[in-house]
Design a protein around this ligand. Sequence first.
Ligand code: NAD
Length: 366
Amino acid sequence: MELNIVCIPGDGIGPEIVTEAKKVLDAVGEKFGHTMKYTDILMGGASIDVHGVPLTDEAIETAKGADAVLMGSIGGDTATSPWYKLEPNLRPEAGLLKLRKSLQLFANLRPAILYDELAGACPLKEEISKAGFDMMIMRELTGGLYFGERYTKEVDGKLVATDTLTYSEDEIRRIAIKGFDIAMKRRKKVTSVDKANVLDSSRLWRKVVEEVAKDYPQVTLEHMLVDNCAMQLVKDPAQFDVILTENMFGDILSDEASMVTGSIGMLASASLNDTRFGLYEPSHGSAPDIAGKDIANPIATVLSASMMLRYSFDLDKEADAIDGAVKKVLQDGYRTADIMPQEKEEAAAFKLVGCKEMGDLLTQRI
Ligand code: NAD
């Protein structure tokens, strides 16, 4: 199979981590007989420096012509970089928002996995963390409160601010279908999170999710109120497989879930539209503080490449090979600085490696 992939190295550690992810993908291609065709485009600060804008129309067209996009990260030090003296619509992040909009990416997937080998980084009590967890937070990305009508006006001499939360049944149905499709590739359980005891939009959410569930008899569906879900994530995270939720709830819950893994350099993400197309990127930012030092952890980007193989190309065996290589490298005791235990005595049991070496070690294990 030929995989037509657009890469966005971006800024900061972006180029370093994307290089390692490509190395791992090439090893997968070699092993399973696929050809990886990469085209790089500029976005973020890298594009501002060359074109004066964070994303050109040509770059968008190139991305649209690909099967999937693999991204590093964009942005610089927001306090010191000249990119942040520009108008907001010309700053690095505006490029990413424009790309998401142009590609109509409405479904955001963020896995939160606690690897046995990194359980020490989990801030939860050991009796909870020892059960491990492996969940996928599926967040609606283009509707709800963040995109509703908003205004502030004066009423009786006092300012009153209003934000509106709107969801149509079509918007809910398309994300629900994605959620159940993803659950079919996992442990076949969907927890749909809402606030149906209060919000009309949540009651419609629940109704549509139940309709969609009828087409997936193998998947177990449960409903959970968002406040309970926030508690359950720290009390018993092992119970979750796919968490399906709307935009704002997903924003908050996905950050909470990533915190309980304790390892920012390990967290992948994907944003999908209603074709097989997706944008795959690590959950972390461009880490300008460590850029160019060969110490960044490339694993979040490598795992994003694994998600790309699984969700845009249906190459499950190939994705499993990457996930397995990550597990093996951790079992073999290799750690980048961010996932090294803080205690000197504990750290002595592990081998500290840089970004490039981590990429090589993963490649060898494909
Ligand atoms: P950040 O995630 O870049 O960094 C936070 C901390 O985590 C830093 O100490 C950094 O060194 C560390 N870190 C992050 N990724 C790491 C990795 N792979 N390996 C080892 N350590 C890692 O967040 P920030 O400092 O708030 O943001 C920096 C820039 O990134 C900003 O310009 C911000 O806007 C941008 N950003 C971009 C995206 C994106 O491209 N989607 C997402 C978040 C932030």
